[in-house]
Design a protein around this ligand. Structure first.
Ligand code: C2O
Ligand code: CU
Length: 490
């Protein structure tokens, strides 16, 4: 559990980090900005802190040490596309943290990944993030240090980027569905967020399911015969869901915030959209007659799990034929597939010590400082093409998985040779998903996180942007136990 880990780490002297990092990273890539300097700026303060909350219901026990941005669970930030956020972040947690802007194409020095892009923000410390918002969509923010522990206790906020052009799609209502379980004992106390068995398998699941932080599925009113834009996010560290609903009048309209030509949910494999940790999906749902309901489920559970009920209320709308309502096309730079260089990686179980450089002894002050700076997990279970991210068992920054050229196109093929699903996330890019070897009927779409099933090969393609970018499984315990690497683009 993180508390014991922290007490171990705090014993280390804060020396040596700076001298280590340049030798491992080498030349520093230029930070590429995705908006012009003239973009309108919004100044924002953001604080991470602990709060007390009744996560098991209003009549339930109080849970202490819930983590939240600005003291509000799953706070929503909403801005217009084309805005630049200048964020003064304060760490009011008792532990180090950073802020990662998941899915946002931003200069890598604001990407929030210690030690590749910044040092951790110590308790009481501040960091200024430069966050351009070049793309409309549904994003979220979370820490990138002890993610399993801090996200496990709630540290995540929603970031919605609006484009006025979306109004033309003509949605009548909007509904947010945030899937995140809680790992709590019946008395409201936190359970350990990670277990060795979970980390080595599908992850350590919560004990209580919740939508939008609440253990009772929300009921949301929407205009009868209207079209609702449901925006779902899996903020859980572990859970993979099959998003669907009990209506045939439903279309997938965006993945990870990026619009695609609407696809009927019934045309997707099993009539659902599979989503792992960090993945988002926008779904258009037609409301029935007044008083009737549409139920949104996770069909991957043994019993379909009710996420949210949409309740149709009479708002004077008449019944019209159902038609898809496409969102404006994304404007992200697309790869040139003809010129793309292909790279192949295996997602695998760690085969034991595969370090290119021998680990430092654990009692070395540099090891301890390094451990602190890397926010590392305890053991190594996983690897990408035989290389694992640093853990306490093997403290070192692995060399980049690949060196890429800014502006060049790459096809990255990932083959999962493990028994578990891995939702793979690449920082700083929105990629095209070219193929899923086990799901030939998938639509063409853009994403920042993609599920790779056991024995499956998934191909993604993107135009590389200058920076040090991590590439990792978003099942946070997998990431913490080795399933992370990085690309160096210069
Ligand atoms: Cu949600 Cu490293 O990312
Ligand atoms: Cu994984």
């Amino acid at each position: 559990m993180k508390i014991s880990r922290r007490s171990l780490l705090l014993g280390g002297a804060a020396v040596g980090v700076v001298s280590f990092v340049p030798s491992a990273i080498g030349q520093v890539p230029a930070a590429f900005d995705t908006l012009p300097a003239s973009a309108p700026t919004r100044n924002l303060t953001l604080t991470a802190r602990e709060i007390d909350a009744r996560l098991l219901g209003a009549d339930g026990p109080l849970t202490r040490r819930v983590c939240a941005y600005d003291g509000e669970l799953f706070k929503m930030f909403r801005f217009q596309r084309g805005t630049r956020l200048v964020v003064d972040f304060e760490n009011a947690l008792p532990d180090p943290t950073t802020v990662h802007w998941h899915g946002i194409r931003l200069p890598y020095l604001s990407d929030g990944v210690p030690p590749l892009t910044q040092d951790v923000v110590e308790p009481g410390g501040h960091f200024r993030y430069n966050v351009p918002l070049p793309d409309a969509g549904f994003y979220f923010i979370h820490p990138h240090c002890d993610e399993t522990g801090q996200v496990g206790r709630g540290l995540a906020a929603l970031l919605v980027v609006d484009d006025p052009a979306e109004a033309k799609a003509g949605y009548d209502a909007e509904c947010f569905v945030v899937v995140k379980d809680w790992r709590l004992a019946p008395d409201g106390k936190w359970l350990d967020m990670t277990t060795d068995d979970g980390a080595a398998n599908a992850g350590t699941f919560g004990t209580i399911r919740a939508t939008n932080g609440k253990t009772t599925p929300p009921r949301v009113e929407a205009p009868a015969f209207g079209d609702v834009r449901v925006r779902a996010l899996v903020a859980d560290a572990t859970r993979v869901i099959d998003l669907g609903c009990d209506s045939d009048d439903a279309f997938l309209i965006a993945v990870d915030g990026q619009a695609l030509p609407p696809v009927s949910l019934n045309a997707l494999p099993n009539g659902v959209w599979r989503m792992g940790s960090a993945m988002r999906a926008d779904v258009q749902i037609r409301m029935p007659a007044p008083g009737e309901e549409v139920k949104i489920y996770d069909y991957r559970s043994d019993e379909p799990y009710l996420l949210t009920t949409l309740v149709a209320v009479d708002k004077g709308k008449r019944k019209t034929p159902v038609k898809p309502r496409p969102l404006p096309a994304p404007q992200v730079p697309l790869p040139d597939l003809k010129k793309a260089q292909k790279l192949e990686f295996l997602l695998q179980v760690s085969a034991g010590p595969t370090a290119v450089s021998p680990p430092l002894p654990a009692d070395d002050p540099l090891s301890k400082a390094l451990a602190n700076s890397l926010c590392v997990g305890s053991t190594t279970h996983w690897a990408i093409s035989r290389d694992s991210w640093s853990t306490r068992e093997d403290l070192r920054l692995p060399p980049p998985l690949a060196r890429m050229d800014h502006g060049a196109s790459y096809i990255v093929s990932m083959t999962n040779v493990t028994k578990h699903v891995h939702p793979m996330h690449l920082h700083g890019h929105i990629f095209r998903v070219l193929s899923h070897s086990k799901k030939p009927k998938m639509p063409q779409y853009l994403a920042d996180t993609v599920i790779v099933e056991p024995n499956e090969t998934v191909e993604i393609a993107f135009k590389a942007v200058s920076g040090n970018w991590v590439f990792h499984c978003h099942i946070l315990e997998h990431m913490d136990t080795g399933l992370m690497g990085w690309f160096k683009v210069a």
